[in-house]
Design a protein around this ligand. Structure first.
Ligand code: SAM
Length: 410
């Protein structure tokens, strides 16, 4: 079930911690993402910013962008680095805020924080404190932080809404957020989030760009500005990661935003209305290739739901004459739409079997509707139609999301 619906929070957390514990342990063992100083230079850091940073931190840099492009941290500020890892961004922020400022380095992976504490001791840095916690529950008081910085972390967090609500809560009014993170252009196909390892590699946990940026205003942030974006995964050493990231349009974005002095947080109804916007619905259903499933459900409900409803009414003593022609046309129209939707998905996986199956299912349903009714043939028609839809979704998942069994080295 988890494999179909996606993930359990615990599985994701375990996979994420295992992945980043191994970065903390040995950053040179080879990962599916760039690591260390070359990675930092590639995502936009200046050499002089990195010079002098302790190798124990910089060697384990695994950020996905350059959040300091926002230039919002000032001397004396209190900064929270969410998902600090081994502390490259924490240490850069610690230099900027100086002795009068403070940096909280928060991370969920104990091994990363153990490294960071050792580094802080080694270079005698006193304006940084570490917090072992989940971004979804930040153990800091309300209105206590001037700037939140985060690099490559929020895509890994299962409940992004909760994490942003927490960021909003701990920020002072007029406080700023500087972020580098991964977004995708189209939603992850059904089942695509079932591999916690792919999640931990920053690919399938990411949100669709529009939803991600929408989340900020839904939380109450204003002045949201996209500072830049680039293809972070192009240089991944893993063929699977490159293929899946390219298919989903995954890329790194750098964003800055503000918590306004007087926050206007949208109500739950306003949030729901914005989520039900036809463009977002279209992306959510069409992007996952689910129009066929929607049409098949409509066909099945129109058929068996109507029969059940009429049967129920007759038990209550209410006789309802079904307009049989309209009823049959509705069912077959929905079944044909399911076939058309499967045809539209064909270029995504190039497998003819789902289309052949839905086509055969629709023919059987049409036959019993218009030529010779037979309950078993009708049920068989629906079973084949729904099976074809399932096969179609599986093929989309297999091509766009499933890691290959044998990894092709670069
Ligand atoms: C891609 S790494 C980035 C590390 C660091 N920001 C850097 O640039 O090197 C992601 C980090 O986020 C942490 N992390 C993942 N999920 C988290 C969560 N829910 N709460 C806090 N930290 C999390 C991981 O342990 C890991 O250290």
């Amino acid at each position: 079930m988890v494999a179909i619906l996606g993930f359990s929070k615990e599985q994701i957390s375990e996979a994420v911690q295992a992945m980043y514990a191994s970065v903390a342990d040995d950053p040179h063992q080879g990962f599916h993402f760039p690591v260390g100083r070359p990675a930092a230079l590639a995502v936009g850091y200046q050499g002089k910013e990195l010079d002098g940073l302790p190798p124990s931190a910089l060697d384990r840099f695994v950020g996905v962008g350059y959040p300091f492009r926002a230039d919002v941290i000032r001397p004396g500020h209190t900064v929270l680095d969410i998902g600090s890892g081994s502390g490259t961004d924490t240490l850069i922020a610690s230099r900027i805020v100086g002795e009068t400022g403070k940096v909280w380095a928060l991370d969920i992976t104990p091994d990363m924080l153990t490294r960071l504490r050792a580094t802080l001791k080694e270079v005698s840095i006193e304006n940084v404190e570490t917090i072992e916690a989940d971004a979804e529950r930040i153990p800091l008081p309300d209105n206590s932080v001037d700037v939140v910085t985060s690099n490559g972390v929020l895509n890994l967090v299962p409940d992004k809404h909760k994490a942003f609500a927490e960021i909003f809560r701990v920020l002072k009014p007029e406080g700023r957020v500087q972020l580098a993170d991964i977004v995708i252009s189209r939603p992850v196909p059904l089942g695509g989030r079932s591999d916690p390892k792919m999640w931990a590699e920053c690919v399938v946990g990411a949100s669709v760009d529009e939803d991600y940026l929408g989340l900020f205003s839904e939380t109450g942030f204003t002045d949201v500005e996209l500072l830049g974006e680039f293809d972070y995964f192009a240089e991944s050493p893993s063929a699977d990661t490159r293929r899946i990231a390219a298919g989903l349009g995954a890329r790194s974005v750098q964003v800055v935003m503000r918590r306004p002095a007087v926050a206007k947080v949208p109500t739950n109804i306003e949030r729901l209305v914005s989520r039900l916007h036809p463009r977002r619905l279209k992306m959510m259903i069409g992007g996952r290739g689910l129009w066929g499933a929607v049409a098949a459900i409509v066909a099945a409900v129109a058929c068996y739901g109507t029969l059940a409803f009429v049967g129920f009414l007759s038990l209550m003593g209410i006789a309802l004459a079904l307009p049989e022609g309209t009823w049959a046309v509705t069912i077959i129209a929905a079944a044909v739409l399911a076939v058309v939707a499967t045809a539209f998905n064909l270029p995504r996986h190039r497998q003819p079997w789902p289309l052949l199956a839905t086509g055969l299912g629709a023919i059987l349903i049409g036959y019993v509707m218009f030529w010779g009714y037979n309950a078993i043939t009708e049920a068989l028609g629906f079973a084949i139609l729904i099976g074809g839809i399932g096969l179609d979704l599986y093929q989309i998942y297999r091509v766009e999301c499933a890691p290959a069994r044998v990894e092709t080295p670069r």
